[in-house]
Write a protein that binds this ligand. Structure first.
Ligand code: TRP
Length: 320
């Protein structure tokens, strides 16, 4: 139990503001970044290894198969930048190929998590002695001005389909801000999930072992831990829906009964109707045309795309 002083402090921070705003709105919602505390990030790591979650595995296969072609197309003497690098586990595939083509290389991983970047620096330093890694702790969604000071041809990696977690106008805004820090000839490598039958999508966001449900509910567990809330996790269930019209997966937590929840740190009483939902995240799924339009609206030109045989996932190279 937090002391009243801690509660006061907590109530003034970004999390408290977001929770207050989202849970007093109709319909109720919570920002998806709340999903990713230490526990949530570990659960998401487990999701990426689930048989049903084809995204991570499929993207890795595409990178392994086409790394040489991708780098050839991107151009000679590349400096790599990665947006939302995390621990940069898929990036190794491209770095390995890059170091066969040039004897030395620079890599700028960008992430909001200093601990994830630390891990990336240590791991990559061990694995690739001729790679110079310069981590940048930043939220790339606001653009990263430091990028414009990097000399030489850049390839900006934005893989993992994170772009799909932003609303289309926000996605364009983010890509445009990145574009503004690049020079003619620089390139962007964008990983994005393709729209597909709901029969394939639904299990990816609601697996048989319940790992995704645990990940989804962790947002409520986090409010219990950090804001002293009294959500009963057994009275909520994880829901994943395919919205075909908007081409996105939608994730919710649904109250299974009428209930009230108290959040002491916000001095907030919440009422839930039976079946009432809290929206937590969208994950957009793209057609080729959507990718082309999004890149064009951001000031990029789509040059080449690579995908798996079933066309479940795509990796797209665009030029400034
Ligand atoms: N970025 C992931 C994605 O869109 C997030 C995610 C996977 C997710 N499974 C989830 C978010 C379940 C909420 C609930 O694929």
């Amino acid at each position: 139990m937090a002391t009243s002083k801690q509660l006061q402090f907590i109530a003034s921070d970004a999390m408290a503001l977001a929770v207050r705003e989202g849970l007093s709105a109709t319909p109720k919602h919570l920002p998806s970044w709340l999903l990713y505390d230490q526990i949530g990030s570990e659960l998401f790591e487990q999701i990426t290894e689930l048989p049903e979650y084809y995204l991570t595995r499929t993207e890795r296969c595409i990178l392994e198969r086409y790394a040489a072609e991708i780098l050839q197309q991107a151009g000679p003497s590349l400096t790599l930048v990665e947006l939302g690098a995390g621990t940069a586990s898929k990036t190794c595939i491209l770095i390995e190929e890059l170091l066969q083509r040039q004897s030395r290389a620079l890599f700028y991983p960008i992430d909001v998590s200093p601990s994830a970047l630390d891990q990336a620096v240590r791991q990559l330093g061990r694995q690739f002695p001729s790679l110079r890694v310069s981590p940048i702790v930043a939220d790339y969604t606001g653009g990263v001005p430091a990028l414009s000071r990097i000399s030489g041809r850049k390839l900006v990696l934005y893989i993992g389909s994170s772009i799909g977690n932003f609303e289309p106008p926000d996605a364009v805004r983010i890509l445009r801000r990145i574009r503004q820090t690049l020079w003619a000839g620089d390139a962007l490598l964008l990983g994005a999930d393709f729209a597909k039958r709901s029969k394939l999508l639904l299990p990816a966001y609601n697996d048989s072992q319940g790992i995704t449900a645990a990940f989804s509910k962790n947002i409520l567990a986090r409010l219990n831990r950090e804001l002293d809330a009294d959500f009963n996790l057994d009275l909520f269930c994880h829901i994943a829906l395919w919205n075909r019209r908007q081409s996105r997966m939608e994730m919710y937590l649904e109250s299974t009964t009428a209930q009230t929840v108290f959040i002491p740190a916000l001095d907030m009483d919440l009422y839930f109707e039976p079946g009432e939902r809290i929206h937590t995240e969208n994950s957009y799924k793209y057609t080729d045309e959507m990718i082309e339009v999004m890149l064009r609206q951001s000031g990029f030109t789509l040059e080449q795309s690579w995908c798996d045989r079933k066309k479940w996932f795509g990796v797209h190279l665009a030029r400034v």
